[in-house]
Design a protein around this ligand. Structure first.
Ligand code: C2E
Ligand code: CA
Ligand code: CA
Length: 744
């Protein structure tokens, strides 16, 4: 023994730590945490000599905390309790000749601790463990106590501490990688890039064994200034920069490094940190990550980091997609407001919290919005929507939520007392710039959720129906739902439910209404109209159920069933040699917006051996004129493959001639209301203008709702090509239609 100054000690001491926690230490961060070193030796004198020798030992600015045990059994307890013992010095001979070695085996095999560096020490030469044992149990050193000097001891510890640190980092990295590899599970529930980035900082700093201190910034605009990139995650000293542009980062060196990283698109090592460049190939998002306190990376760390980065990268693709989808799914892109889905989520959570929530749901709809947009231009229409959205957010600040459901329909969900009539009135009380002399006129519907029993969907459906009835009553109408007098709304809700069942069980049929060439009375085509008869024989008119189906989205299923039956009717007609008769189906905007509608239809037609030329699609004028949502492109696609296209209810919307000219239109259907004016109570001026205009554009005109001989004659005189109406034939079932066709 060479530790001359070892102080005397009592022999019965228990494992204990020799570095009492001072207050100062409690406050200090992880980097000052001491290295834990365990000495297991039944020789108290030796333990104290070690303690004494290491009293002032410091490695990487961290002192040593020495744990001691006087038997292998005690030692095992300490191992079980402390998971981060860096180095253990174990006496070989204690209770038995091989007690120390047994302890090692227990530590490695039973406790599964492969990290702690182990030095075996013995006072008796000749007790050296076998080489196989040394390698099997990953024992680093074997020392004779007599060989120890303070200097050697420190040297040994320095080496072992460094090794332990590295091993631990690798193991941590492995755990980190495992976390990512496991299906990017750790990140899978990160729904947003920001959330994901926070986890990246944590994982990365953990991997590198440094403090949780770092920044992630991201940009979607690679051509813009990198300093405009947004700091989406920040930890430690950088935390306050979260959410700000990179240019606001106080640490100039880090700020510039991140900017460089984004520009050069590669990883950079700094004197005190590391930047990683991450980019997802699928979209324009690129990220730079800075981690503080990484001085140099050994090869293993670099390799791990590379693997780690590529995993982050692929996870990032997923996350940025998810967050995009999330945005798309929950955010209205025009107004940057929550959309219908988001509102439904809020509504659901409000209604789930308490049955009697004291909240109200308001729906708003701008009166004659399409008219205003048409007259003033679509940009003004958008501006009007923005203005209304600003007013709504000002009148109904959080906790109320303002959302845009679709088109010009908005919703507010908030505490009932907050949604007062006066505030609603303020939305439309002042004029709008660029809308000279005009005020926003709004239809509103209100449903107080207190006392409403039903789901969020039902509440929404109910409020939509209330809004519809307000709109039908004219401009500037508001409706509050009162549970006592809900006749009409209730009926619509009942229709909605019954329709759902009818569509499940194929309870809808079709009727065909002949369309006749006026010049010679030849039957050229027929309009397919949905028919719905309840099991008890009650007939429900399309005017009642089509708008409900459009409100609740069932129109898509309804349209599909009508189309299916139309294809079957075509088959039957052509079997009877009547294949020249074209069938016209009504297509609603929701249907048309489905991706894959055309593909599906073509497949159905091909399967049935029916040509697209046998089918006409009728879209109403207001649908056809909706520019932004790509209706025109869709109609063109249908037209190109042979479908004929008719514009329904023409004259009721706001078509411009210019727009009409670019549209793939075959038939223009003059709305029934204008045909009505012909004869006794009107002069048919509008019908005349439409006919004139259509002829100039070379379009075929069909007059709808021709009920009298007089109207037919008037139309014939003005060269209207086709007619449809009770005067010629009513809508009829297929069998009757076949008979009709044979007669004509
Ligand atoms: P629409 O497309 O304007 O269809 C013409 C409507 O006018 C039909 O009403 C038809 O029965 C009626 N009608 C035909 N000739 C005359 C007449 O001389 N006088 C009068 N007063 N009415 C006449 P119906 O079948 O009640 O359909 C109403 C509306 O329901 C249709 O108007 C259409 O918008 C919608 N609809 C019907 N079936 C479908 C469908 O399968 N899909 C979609 N999306 N909408 C449909
Ligand atoms: Ca129609
Ligand atoms: Ca029509």
């Amino acid at each position: 023994m060479v530790f001359q100054e070892a102080p005397p000690v009592a022999d019965d001491e228990l494992p204990m730590q020799f570095l009492p926690e001072s207050d100062e230490q409690k406050k200090s961060p992880e980097s000052v945490l001491p290295w834990k070193i365990l000495v297991v030796d039944d020789d108290a004198q030796f333990r104290h000599s070690l303690q004494f020798a290491l009293k002032n030992f410091v490695y990487q600015d961290r002192p040593v905390q020495m744990l001691t045990a006087s038997s292998s059994q005690e030692g095992a307890l300490v191992f079980a309790r402390e998971t981060d013992i860096a180095v253990a010095m174990l006496d070989v001979v204690m209770e038995t000749d091989d007690a120390g070695l047994r302890l090692v085996r227990n530590v490695r095999e039973i406790l599964g601790n492969t990290e702690t560096r182990i030095a075996m020490v013995t006072g008796q030469p000749g007790m050296a463990p076998l080489q196989t044992v040394v390698t099997d149990y990953d024992i680093d050193d074997y020392w004779l106590k007599t060989d120890f000097t303070a200097e050697r001891l420190r040297g040994m510890l320095t080496t072992r501490l460094r090794e332990w640190q590295r091993l631990r980092a690798i193991n941590q990295a492995r755990r980190g990688l495992q976390m990512i590899v496991e299906g990017c599970n750790a990140f899978a529930d990160a729904r947003t890039v920001a959330d994901f980035s926070t986890r990246v900082v944590i994982e990365l700093t953990r991997l590198l064994g440094v403090k949780e201190e770092g920044v992630v910034c991201a940009t979607e605009d690679r051509r813009g200034s990198p300093y405009d990139a947004c700091i989406i995650a920040a930890a430690g000293a950088f935390a306050s920069a979260q959410g700000k542009p990179l240019s606001c980062l106080a640490n100039v060196a880090v700020r510039d490094a991140l900017a460089d990283c984004l520009i050069q698109r590669r990883d950079l090592t700094l004197p005190h940190g590391l930047t990683l460049y991450l980019a997802s190939q699928l979209d324009a998002l690129s990220c730079a990550v800075y981690v503080e306190g990484v001085e140099s990376l050994d090869e293993t760390q670099q390799n791990l980091l590379r693997v780690f980065a590529s995993h982050i990268n692929s996870a990032l693709v997923n996350v940025s997609l998810i967050s995009r989808l999330d945005r798309m799914a929950y955010c209205d892109s025009l107004l940057d407001l929550p959309n219908r889905n988001a509102l439904m989520r809020f509504l659901d959570s409000v209604m789930q919290k308490t049955a009697d929530s004291g909240h109200s749901l308001i729906l708003l709809d701008i009166d004659d919005f399409s008219g205003i947009s048409f007259v003033l231009g679509f940009e003004h229409g958008d501006e009007l929507l923005r203005e209304l959205s600003r007013r709504m957010q000002a009148q109904f600040p959080p906790p109320a939520v303002t959302a845009r459901l679709h088109d010009d329909v908005f919703a507010v969900l908030g505490p009932s007392d907050m949604i007062a009539e006066e505030r609603l009135a303020k939305l439309s009380s002042t004029g709008v710039d660029g809308l000279p002399g005009r005020f926003i006129s709004l239809g509103t519907a209100r449903l107080d959720l207190a006392g409403f029993h039903g789901s969020a969907q039902e509440a929404m459906a109910m409020t939509s129906l209330i809004l519809k009835s307000a709109k039908q009553a004219g401009y500037g109408q508001s409706r509050n739902y009162e549970f006592r007098m809900s006749g009409e709304a209730k009926r619509r809700l009942a229709i909605s439910e019954a329709l759902h069942l009818a569509l499940d069980s194929g309870g809808l049929s079709i009727a065909l209404q002949p369309q006749v060439r006026l010049a010679d009375g030849v039957l050229v085509s027929a309009e397919v109209l949905a028919r719905w008869t309840l099991p008890d024989g009650t007939v429900i008119a399309p005017s009642e159920f089509i708008c409900v189906a459009e409100a609740n989205g069932e129109i898509v299923r309804l349209g599909a069933q009508v189309f299916q039956q139309t294809v079957e009717a075509c088959c039957q007609l052509s079997r009877l040699g009547l294949s020249q008769i074209r069938l016209a189906v009504n297509v609603s905007v929701l249907q048309l917006m489905q991706s894959g509608l055309l593909r599906g239809w073509l497949a159905d037609l091909a399967a049935a051996g029916v040509s697209a030329r046998n089918i006409e699609i009728e879209v109403t004028e207001s649908v056809a004129m909706q520019g932004e949502i790509g209706i025109l492109e869709r109609l063109k696609a249908f037209h190109e493959v042979g479908f004929s296209v008719a514009i329904d209810d023409f004259g009721t919307g706001y078509s411009s001639l210019a727009r009409l000219r670019e549209m793939p239109i075959d038939v223009l259907k003059i709305d029934r209301s204008f045909i009505n004016e012909i004869g006794a109570d009107g002069d048919g001026a509008i019908a005349e203008t439409v006919l004139d205009m259509a002829h100039r554009l070379g379009l075929l005109v069909l007059a709808e709702g021709v009920e009298t001989e007089q109207q037919a004659a008037w139309l014939k005189a003005r060269k209207c090509a086709l007619v449809q109406g009770y005067h010629f034939a009513r809508p009829m079932p297929l069998e009757a239609f076949i008979n009709f066709a044979r007669r004509h």
